[in-house]
Design a protein around this ligand. Structure first.
Ligand SMILES: C[S@@+](CC[C@H](N)C(=O)[O-])C[C@H]1O[C@@H](n2cnc3c(N)ncnc32)[C@H](O)[C@@H]1O
Length: 224
């Protein structure tokens, strides 16, 4: 069984349908907007975005996931990405921003920032702070033919660890994860981004814009 570096079972992501994510992104960008999708997996969101008329470049560090993506792909760590071009929107979904590793979060947001066109927007899915107080072992549901449940939920300060269990077609998979509760303004400010608006009533998706003034990386480079 193929598993990504962050523990995602590839087979599960091939079975999972999109769950409204493509429409949220589509509704937040101009018609035909170009999209850089970071952490695209097997194309669960990529393929509907293509159908909605968006040229998508799809990035993941898992060759096993990318083998299933029917769009131009780049196999890279998000934080290392430097394509030398910009996009109308950069999609950072799947709560990747909630990584427990602060340096990874900074690198992801910097990558998103450096691939944004002047009027471009990052489109981000996150776990809002209230989610950390509502999660409990035994919660779950179904997405397409995949039954999903949470186990071993432990909240330790700002860190939440859990195991997500998947079952479908008589098979079972599990994935452990740890994520961090974030102060959004602080996180965005450190990437020279400014919150723009919520895209869902649950405040699970938002857009941002580039803050005024020279970009931090450029300043850092100038400073040598
Ligand atoms: C939870 S899966 C979600 C995939 C897809 N966004 C979806 O919604 O179906 C997360 C994906 O992000 C990729 N990923 C996580 N961290 C990454 C990183 N730092 N650089 C590149 N890919 C990463 C994993 O390999 C995996 O395919």
């Amino acid at each position: 069984m193929e598993v990504t570096a962050d523990g995602c079972p590839v087979e599960v992501y091939l079975l999972l349908p999109a769950a409204g994510e493509p429409e949220i992104v589509h509704g937040a960008v101009p018609p035909g907007a170009s999209i850089l999708e970071l952490g695209c997996g097997a194309g669960r969101v990529t393929h509907p975005l293509l159908s909605l008329g968006h040229p998508v470049v799809a990035v993941d560090d898992s060759p096993a996931m990318l083998a299933h993506v029917r769009a131009p792909t780049v196999c890279a760590r998000i934080g290392d990405l430097d394509l030398g071009r910009t996009f109308d929107a950069v999609l950072l979904g799947s709560h990747l921003i909630n990584t427990a590793v602060d340096a990874d979060r900074r690198a992801m947001l910097a990558a998103a920032r450096r691939h944004l066109a002047p009027s471009g927007r990052p489109i981000v899915e996150w776990h809002p702070p209230s989610w950390f107080d509502s999660v409990a072992s035994g919660q779950g549901g179904r997405l397409g033919e995949v039954a999903i449940s949470l186990a071993d939920v432990v909240l330790d300060g700002d860190l939440l660890s859990a195991t997500v269990r998947y079952s479908a077609r008589g098979r079972r998979w599990s994935q452990e994860f740890t994520c961090r509760r974030l102060a959004l303004e602080t996180v965005l400010t450190s990437a020279d981004l400014v919150f723009e608006r919520w895209l869902t009533a649950e405040r699970t998706w938002f857009t941002a814009r580039v803050s005024d003034g020279p970009y931090r990386e450029e300043r850092a480079n100038r400073a040598g």
